[in-house]
Design a protein around this ligand. Structure first.
Ligand code: URA
Length: 213
């Protein structure tokens, strides 16, 4: 497993505004969108391409297109949805699949409550979108889900990661597949409620407001 913590002043600035508890949802959504586009630039560095011939108004040229099969972008509902537009804007030819996963707040176990993905992901480069890599349980479940369907190359784009989650992920996934984590910040730790410290709170709530069920 590889980890890439994006190191750029624009990214650091936007993360700082996200952290601020007084930042309202509309600004939070806009900054998340912008951050994903910046992180996607790093996350797609090894995307597969093919060489092609094109003819410019001046002369023939060799160029590069994204290879088939098309990359698969997988936002984890609900908070990952806030990252989808930023990703598809930079990679409009990608396909989008959905995974609905949530953490039971008492047991901290992960439940899959929805999925919309092709059965066969062999040969597809997959990009998971999930803003907070906290315990790692959600991401481990999501990556396992994709690997069971034949994916071998998975990149997770997160805004903030915790060391505990990265360790759990490394242990659970090992060298079974080519897994990369790209994040904007590696924070200190988890607290007793499995929130990232200092983090930014509940990303879903900050994006969409609190839902009481
Ligand atoms: N999920 C969040 O939204 N925030 C955290 O800090 C941890 C998990």
């Amino acid at each position: 497993m590889r980890l890439h913590v994006a190191d750029h002043p624009l990214i650091a600035h936007k993360v700082t505004v996200l952290r601020d508890a007084t930042t309202p949802s509309p600004i939070f959504r806009q900054l998340t969108d912008e951050l994903v586009t910046l992180l996607a630039y790093e996350a797609t560095r090894d995307i597969r391409t093919v060489e092609v011939d094109v003819v410019t108004p001046v002369a023939p040229a060799r160029g590069t297109y994204l290879a088939e099969p098309r990359p698969m972008v997988v936002p984890i509902l609900r908070a990952g949805l806030g990252m989808l537009d930023g990703m598809t804007r930079i990679m409009p030819t990608a396909e989008v699949g959905f995974l609905g996963m949530k953490r039971d707040e008492d047991s901290l176990e992960i439940e899959t409550y929805a999925n919309r993905l092709p059965q066969d992901l062999s040969g597809r480069q997959c990009f998971i979108l999930d803003p907070m890599l906290a315990t790692g349980h959600t991401l481990i479940a999501a990556i396992n889900y994709l690997l069971e369907r034949g994916a071998t190359d998975v990149t997770a784009i997160c805004l903030i990661a915790a060391p505990e989650g990265l360790a759990a992920l490394g242990e659970a996934i090992g060298e079974r597949a080519n897994v990369t984590i790209v994040c904007a910040s590696l924070d200190e730790r988890l607290n007793e409620h499995a929130y990232i410290v200092p983090g930014l709170g509940d990303a879903g709530d900050r994006l969409y407001g609190v839902v009481d069920l």
